[in-house]
Design a protein around this ligand. Structure first.
Ligand SMILES: Cc1cc2nc3c(=O)[nH]c(=O)nc-3n(C[C@H](O)[C@H](O)[C@H](O)COP(=O)(O)OP(=O)(O)OC[C@H]3O[C@@H](n4cnc5c(N)ncnc54)[C@H](O)[C@@H]3O)c2cc1C
Length: 375
């Protein structure tokens, strides 16, 4: 049933692009993947992973390796700034085999996916991107930065929130928008009592911790800032510790005391983006952050990008007409991706405005229930 595609190009080797390569190679297509970073490096601290993402890892075939390197757990505990326990949000296992939530070092996850991509039949070119895309009737001519050109039956744009593919193919699409909040992250030695995610929610700041291996956990803190700005690296430790002084909970005070120059502290201003349908033009289709970049409030950005790639491969396997498959892909993905971007944005807004904590907890709970549904 699958369409007769000789060559597929994937632009961008992040979580979404790598998953597309792995899943499409299972359909025996010839796949080229270009990644602009010559070292194919993923920076960053920890990444939280929900049950739906773990289910996607099972589909891709990396769940066992993930569970070896990361940390699976169940439930999220919400506390007041002085420590009072407010709520337990369950994250029930997806099945006997698939836990409800987890976390891992981001570079570790990238390594697992890159290994699986290399084991698939994919021609990977690092330090390379496209220069020019020319739509033909049923094909796309692509010129690359290394001077080569090639004709493809399908091009997949997976080059992230600041996508060059999106700018080339949908120049009218809106740019990512700053949401008025930034996130601090750090890596700390894991405390024995941290066995799942804990969050302390203040009037405007929120701090949390998540175990991501036997030895490590990562800390996050969201801070509202009216204007998008960078933070001075040399002041990271002091700034983050000062912010944590807003929480009198002994556990948060203990975490603040553990921070030092080796804690891999990072600050990122948060943007989001939801490109309206269509997500394809002729034979160029977009997946992942390229079309829906979310703030991390539901820890599901990677999830929906990875699911995009799985669904795209499923639809290509089911239809012999490419346009029908691309339409089916985008229609299956729209509501779910919109829910993640919009609910995450609403959570950010509640935090920025010091809004209703009950609404915050309810949105988290309802979103997790929605994410557990089949894709
Ligand atoms: C602060 C923060 C915390 C987050 N925390 C979580 C979390 O806990 N859980 C979660 O699920 N999600 C989280 N996310 C979201 C998640 O990181 C993204 O949704 C996910 O990385 C998207 O993957 P992607 O492959 O679509 O895009 P990207 O990860 O951006 O990958 C794009 C790839 O394309 C490459 N590239 C860029 N331009 C070009 C080009 N022109 N040509 C070729 N290659 C190119 C890049 O080098 C990169 O490898 C977080 C996001 C932020 C900002």
């Amino acid at each position: 049933m699958s369409p007769n595609l000789s060559n597929i190009l994937i632009i961008g080797g992040g979580f979404s692009g790598m998953t597309a390569a792995i899943q499409l190679s299972k359909l025996n297509y010839n796949i080229d993947l270009v990644e602009i970073d010559p070292n194919w490096r993923t920076d960053g601290a920890g990444i939280s992973i929900g049950g739906a993402t773990l289910r996607a890892f099972d589909t891709i075939g990396i769940l066992d390796e993930f569970l070896e390197k990361g940390n699976a757990h169940n439930g999220l505990d919400v506390h007041a700034p002085h420590g009072l326990h407010l709520a337990h949000v369950p994250t029930p296992p997806m099945s006997d085999k698939i836990p409800g939530s987890a976390a891992i070092m981001r570079p570790e996850l990238a390594k697992i996916l890159a290994k699986k991509t290399r084991e698939s039949n994919v021609n990977i070119r690092l330090g390379c991107t496209f220069e020019n895309i020319v739509h033909k009737e049923d094909t796309v001519d692509v010129t690359f930065t290394d001077g080569t050109t090639k004709t493809y039956d399908l091009v997949i744009g997976a080059d992230g929130v600041n996508s060059k593919v999106r700018k080339a193919v949908f120049p009218e699409a809106a740019e990512p928008k700053y949401v008025g909040q930034g996130v601090w992250r750090a890596v700390l030695p894991r405390l024995p009592e941290i066995n799942n995610t804990h969050m302390w929610v203040g009037p405007r700041l929120k701090v949390g911790v998540n175990p991501m291996s036997k030895d490590d956990m990562y800390l996050f803190l969201t801070e509202d800032k009216e204007v998008k700005q960078r933070e001075e690296k040399s002041e990271y430790v002091t700034r983050l510790k000062d912010l944590m002084m807003n929480f009198s909970a002994p556990a948060v005070q203990q975490l603040a005391g553990m921070l030092n120059n080796d804690s891999l502290i990072d600050f990122r201003a948060l943007d989001n983006l939801l490109v309206p349908l269509p997500w394809f033009k002729n034979r160029v289709v977009m997946i992942g952050d390229t079309v829906h970049a979310t703030t991390p409030h539901l820890a599901s950005g990677a999830c929906i990008g990875i699911e995009d790639a799985i669904v795209l491969a499923e639809e290509l396997a089911q239809h012999d007409d490419v346009t029908v498959a691309l339409e089916a892909y985008q229609n299956r993905r729209w509501e779910r991706c919109k829910m993640v971007v919009e609910n995450s944005g609403r959570l950010a807004q509640i935090e920025i405005e010091g809004g209703d904590k009950e609404e915050h907890t309810n949105i988290m709970r309802e979103s997790m229930i929605a994410l557990a549904k089949p894709i």
